[in-house]
Design a protein around this ligand. Sequence first.
Ligand code: AMP
Ligand code: MG
Length: 407
Amino acid sequence: MKKTISTKPLTVEEALQRIKQDLQATSGEEQLAIRSALGRILAEDVLSRINVPPYNNSAMDGYVMRGADLPKEGKTQITIIGTSYAGQPYSETIQAGQCARIFTGAVIPAGTDTVIMQEHVEKQGDTITIGAEHKKGQHVRPVAEDIAIGQIVLRAGKQLTPADIGLLASLGVPEVRVKRRLRVAFFTTGDELRAVGEMLESGQIYDSNRYTLYGMLTHLGVDIIDMGVVGDKPEDIENAFLSAASCSDAIITSGGVSVGDADYVTDTLRRIGEVNFWKVAMKPGKPLTFGKVQAAVFFGLPGNPVSAMVTFYQFVQPALRRMMGQNAVAPVRLTVPCISPLKKSPGRIEFQRGILENNEQGDLVVRSTGKQGSGILSSMSQANCFIILPIECGGVAVGKEVLVEPF
Ligand code: AMP
Ligand code: MG
């Protein structure tokens, strides 16, 4: 990594670009049973070794016959000579003038190609009468209609969803190769922080960032090393950095990245690691340090609880996904009318907290969660999206369209 210490804040795009340039997917793979692979990142393409469906089969309950026997006009009579059940095929070849009873999913017997729905026949004993309204080949699901032998069904870099593990099961694949889990160590910094369960004395607050970080990292599916709270002492911070670097691929801290007297995180990183950048022109979250301690990637998030979450979602999450070997997925963003006025001054991009919902007409609209201070964690709790206001925006009037990123 280049040591580029500029004092001018980067734009969000520049910061994302720098992070991207500096990261690779970690190596290391393992073979897992498909259930255990849920949520993991595929390490190789999966090709199908079978056709799905494996044979031509009926899409309906009814009668299966030769399309050539269909009457062009009037009616015709066909003799029922057997039955094809799902799981119990009819093994004889069906001749002209003959048909078989067939059920959904059952194999289309040799000689036949067309299914007549049971509702569309008149049945008397062993004979059915059918009209001229049918088409050769109807109601047959052809072999390999879904997936053909040799086809790539899932690509390396995909995070496996419930549908994916079902798809793998449908191909008879019992195990897949996945990327190993990423190890992420994190700690919070601040002399004022107390753990839940402790009593608060004057000037102290509860440490919430360690919980939001725990939650966001757990959702990402990484291995977590929670190193607790570290006080605002340079030696303690340095020791925590070194022990985190010895056991993790990435280190995340909160607090101590501004330029206050007790803000030692960036200085420590400069001393024992490398600082790539430490300021981004955004609100909330202006101080944000990115760099490296030994082989571990380092993110120093701001201490304010909303800033810590916003910077995690915008920078840390895509970075960790990249390290996990996941293919880049651009966040979904929508343009919707805003039904509350939004305050903003031009100069920095803002990630305000919003509630995206359907109004009474069923149209999508967004409203503000209210106060937007970077310490107001309840705004993140109420929100289901960021309202992204561009640098030049100087506020939003009711009814104006805004860009929204659901989370
Ligand atoms: P800092 O970035 O260390 O200057 O902290 C900025 C603000 O965030 C201060 O008001 C801190 O008390 C608060 N803060 C820092 N860390 C945490 C934390 N882990 N949980 C809750 N609030 C915090
Ligand atoms: Mg602090």
